[in-house]
Design a protein around this ligand. Structure first.
Ligand code: NAP
Length: 234
């Protein structure tokens, strides 16, 4: 995989939305290992970037994560971007225990498990791990208990990991977007009856540009937290 001599970047959630934009952007300079739940979901990206390496993995399933990492022939990873995620937003008393569990499995436990398994390869490269967090990881709001709860947990996880990895030279970046023009934000805002104008969304390519700044920064510095929010209020 790294035989091309290019650095290697693994991106989850690369089938669509923010992850797809980041995979496309990083593919300009890196060999991209693209995460999705099926190879079919990566067809568009593979057509566009033929040397993309598929990484089939359901991050909400521990067996799937273990199998995918075992099959990955990655001696070193320069970049890992966790973009896979789900947003379940509704009133508190409508959530069952299984609803809480499903969101935490995907947004927190799967991300933690995958990161831990990839740390040896990240350390060998003195690499950069990027967590797609959210404004919801910094403030609380009605209907947000589950989603915001997962993102607060993810922020704490990233902050702790960053301090642990300072001695290993692995950089840990939390990216906190506001509303981005993807299926996720469009659906949430449509269901809330406030889809709003196109200009009230940040484009996924703009989030990719923010990730690029963190990845390209000289290694002595890390962009620890990056907030990228729409200029206009929704
Ligand atoms: N859009 C926003 O406004 C916004 C704002 C702040 C933060 N974020 C965060 O940014 C990240 C990307 O969001 P997005 O807007 O790009 O969402 P999206 O358009 O809904 O895409 C979500 C991505 O995650 C993947 N995914 C979901 N569950 C998965 C699982 N169990 N295993 C593997 N992959 C899974 C999806 O794959 P499939 O195609 O297989 O479903 C898809 O590639 C998320 O972590 C989200 O919380 C988004």
């Amino acid at each position: 995989m790294s035989g091309s001599g290019r650095p290697v970047a693994l991106v989850t959630g690369a089938s669509r939305g923010i992850g797809l934009a980041i995979a496309r952007d990083l593919a300009r300079t890196h060999t991209v290992v693209a995460g999705a739940r099926s190879t079919a979901a990566l067809a568009g990206l593979v057509d566009e970037v033929p040397d993309v390496v598929p990484f089939v993995c359901d991050v909400g399933d521990g067996d799937s994560v273990a199998t995918a990492v075992a099959a990955l022939d990655a001696d070193r990873l320069d970049v890992v971007v966790h973009s896979a995620g789900i947003a379940d937003e509704r009133p508190f008393d409508t959530f069952t225990r299984d609803d809480w569990r499903r969101s935490f499995e995907v947004n927190v436990f799967g991300v933690a498990d995958l990161t831990a398994r990839l740390l040896p390869a990240l350390r060998r490269a003195r690499g950069t791990v990027v967590f797609l967090n959210s404004g919801s990881g910094t403030f609380s709001y009605p209907d947000g208990a589950v989603y915001s709860g997962t993102k607060f947990a993810l922020r704490t996880m990233a902050d702790c990991l960053r301090e642990e990895e300072r001695t290993n030279g692995v950089r840990v970046v939390s990216v906190h977007p506001g509303f981005v023009d993807t299926d996720m934000a469009r659906t949430i805002r449509r269901e809330a009856g406030r889809e709003g104008p196109d200009e009230s969304y940040v484009q996924p390519e703009t989030i990719a540009a923010g990730v690029r700044v963190a990845v390209d920064a000289p290694h002595e510095a890390q962009f620890e937290t990056i907030a990228i929010r729409p200029t206009l209020r929704a």
